[in-house]
Design a protein around this ligand. Structure first.
Ligand code: ADP
Length: 583
């Protein structure tokens, strides 16, 4: 408490006041006591002198050892003071308050010795006889300039002490009162002076503990007021800057959290300083705390580590393409962060899997299409050459060749149509003729179209469809195309002896079509991708097809507001489902 400025200002003043009051008290009580004693001494001396004058005749008439007790007692009653009459040799001749017989020679009393030497003496002593402090005053009674006797008057000092004590009590009370008032005033004044300092301190504390609400300090015109004003300006600016920094930090943090690119920052020793959620996902980082760990331990791939080392050695941006986990194609870019964050390197990882897959798909598509086109074109070329070489002269053979040529041209135009169809559907240029249609009107024509093909492939094709199914809102031709595509695949991917089933059931507000086969099945990792354009599980082109059938089917089902999906188990078969809403 006494460390505060308020007390440091108040204490010296209070101490000074206290010391002054005490010194004054001591001085006043000593002064008053001395005046009392002086008064008393001169009063006693004059009384003694008066007694001396009055008793001189008695002394002259008295013998060698007179009894002057009666005179002493008489004066004691008048003056109310002890009176002793002493011979020059110290023998007590008269005494007012004591038995003279018990009193010894008084020649050794200081007042007596002094009076014999100078005519008057006084002393303050403790009286053995009366047991109190007394003031004694003695004078000599002269005869022919020689001491004839000594008259001593004495009074106890009790009254003086009592007066002094009461004076001291008053002084102490006044001192205490003044001190209390002084302390109160000092504390109030010092408190007023230091109030702005205290608000300043509180505000500074709030600022230090990042409390956003900093109350402005009331201004005053003194030095502290100026300091407060400067502090107010400073704190406003500081909180503004803190707010800006916080907003910036939150923005940066949100960007880092939300961005799909992986971000890592490594220090000069290759220890990870920052890692964002995308990077954690890309590298399947399972460390509870990746911060502070070596890069290689965190990403567990040598390419990022080597890229970082190259960047650190050359100071130039480095790039690396690599794969992690299950077919995740990443591109890493390392950039030095100096001089802002000297020695640190920013590692950015972009997921290029989709891009790479699309590129691969395009490549596959072009080679697939070329392959698919080459076969009928080669056949057409061979047939044309054969006709030119003379087969034209043989009308039955020419007729056969022409039929074959027609088949090849049909297959070519089918493929071109499929491509055109997909591009039209994808660009939304296919209008749907929606009408209330019985599901059987969709399934039956499609199954009829492929029944022969299924029989040729040695498969059993069956339809499970009840007559009482509700109508669906569909463009029958388009939905038939979906069923044909799915049936076509089922037949294509099911070995001879298998079974292909078409099942149609009602489900809430829609009808579900299921085309199942007992064929080769599709691996779990391919299943989510088979509806993509040009995607083929078997990339060796051993099976015919462009990878467009399912993409077309998906677009058509989507356009009807339905869903399409597949379930499959490798070696056991697949089931393709799609739904069409009720009419
Ligand atoms: P494609 O013209 O190659 O048949 P699709 O888009 O119809 O193109 O099918 C894409 C790929 O999905 C096929 O190449 C095949 O690998 C796989 N697939 C589709 N249906 C089946 C099925 N019933 N059984 C096994 N694999 C299938």
């Amino acid at each position: 408490m006494f460390h505060s400025i308020r007390w440091r200002i108040a204490l010296p003043y209070v101490t000074l006041l206290l010391v002054t009051m005490l010194a004054l008290g001591v001085y006043i009580s000593n002064f008053v006591r001395q005046s009392y004693l002086n008064d008393m001494e001169s009063k006693l001396a004059s009384e003694a002198r008066m007694i001396g004058d009055v008793i001189t005749p008695d002394l002259v008439s008295a013998g060698a050892s007179p009894n002057l007790d009666p005179q002493a007692k008489h004066w004691d009653e008048i003056l109310n003071a002890r009176v002793t009459i002493i011979a020059p040799d110290g023998t007590v001749w008269g005494e007012s308050e004591q038995d003279r017989a018990t009193m010894n020679n008084h020649s050794d009393r200081p007042e007596v010795i002094q009076a014999l030497a100078t005519g008057e003496g006084s002393s303050i002593r403790y009286s053995q006889t009366l047991g109190v402090n007394m003031m004694y005053t003695a004078i000599t009674v002269l005869k022919n300039n020689a001491p004839m006797a000594l008259v001593r008057t004495a009074l106890p000092l009790q009254q003086v002490s009592a007066n002094i004590a009461s004076l001291q009590r008053v002084l102490i009370a006044v001192t205490a009162l003044v001190t209390a008032i002084a302390i109160l005033l000092a504390v109030i004044i010092a408190g007023r002076i230091t109030r702005p300092v205290r608000s300043l301190t509180q505000s500074a504390w709030r600022l230090a503990s990042s409390d956003p609400v900093v109350q402005p300090i009331p201004p005053s015109r003194d030095e502290i007021g100026q300091l407060a004003q400067v502090f107010n300006i400073m704190s406003t600016r500081l909180s503004g800057q803190i707010d800006d920094l916080e907003t910036e930090r939150i923005t940066l943090d949100t960007v880092l959290q939300k961005m799909t690119d992986g971000v890592l920052i490594v220090d000069e020793q290759g220890r990870v300083q920052l890692v964002n959620p995308a990077a954690i996902k890309m590298f399947s980082i399972s460390l509870p705390v990746a911060i502070g760990k070596p890069l290689i331990e965190v990403v567990r791939h040598h390419q990022p580590e080597e890229m970082w080392q190259r960047c650190r050695a050359t100071g130039e941006a480095q790039r690396v393409d690599f794969e992690v986990g299950h077919r995740l194609s990443l591109q890493g870019i390392a950039t030095s962060l100096g001089p802002t964050m000297s020695g640190s390197t920013l590692l950015l990882f972009q997921d290029l899997t989709n891009q790479r897959q699309t590129e691969a798909m395009r490549r596959d598509f072009i080679s697939n299409v070329s392959h698919e086109l080459r076969t009928p074109l080669a056949a057409l070329k061979a047939l044309t050459e054969t006709l030119q070489a003379g087969a034209l002269e043989d009308p039955p053979a020419a007729h056969r060749f022409l039929e074959q040529m027609e088949t090849e041209v049909d297959s070519l135009s089918l493929m071109v149509n499929e491509l055109l169809e997909l591009s039209r559907i994808e660009s939304g240029r296919v209008p749907l003729n929606l009408a209330s249609t019985p599901p059987l009107d969709i399934v039956t024509p499609a199954v009829d179209r492929l029944r022969l093909q299924a029989e040729r492939a040695g498969l059993t094709l069956s339809v499970e469809c009840t007559e009482d199914l509700p109508l669906v809102l569909a463009d029958a031709t388009r939905v038939q195309q979906v069923v044909v595509n799915l049936l076509h695949n089922a037949i294509k991917f099911t070995p001879s002896g298998g079974v292909v089933t078409v099942n149609v059931t009602r489900q809430d507000r829609e009808v579900r079509f299921a085309i199942s086969d007992t064929g080769i099945g599709i691996a779990a990792e391919d299943l989510p991708r088979i509806f993509e354009r040009f995607y083929k599980v078997d990339r060796s082109r051993a099976t015919s097809g462009t990878g467009l059938g399912l993409a077309i089917a998906r677009h058509l089902v989507d356009a009807h507001g339905g869903k399409i999906w597949a379930e499959s188990e490798v070696g056991k078969g697949s089931t393709f489902y799609f739904t069409i809403p009720l009419a």
